[in-house]
Design a protein. Structure first.
Length: 56
């Protein structure tokens, strides 16, 4: 007989619950998000500077 597999939604929910119980993992995720946000804001600022320079 074939083993019944867990749905993707259930797997995501299980993983989410595991993460919520692991403060170290949450800290790592927050740090990565902050780094991405900083990088994105720096790129946006650079793009804005390039468009204002080209208008002059």
């Amino acid at each position: 007989m074939r083993k019944q597999s867990t749905s993707f939604e259930n797997l995501v929910e299980e993983y989410k619950q595991q993460l919520l119980k692991d403060p170290k993992a949450l800290d790592e995720i927050e740090q990565r998000l902050e780094e991405r946000q900083i990088k994105a804001s720096m790129q946006n600022t650079s793009e804005l500077n390039n468009t204002t320079d080209s208008k002059d």
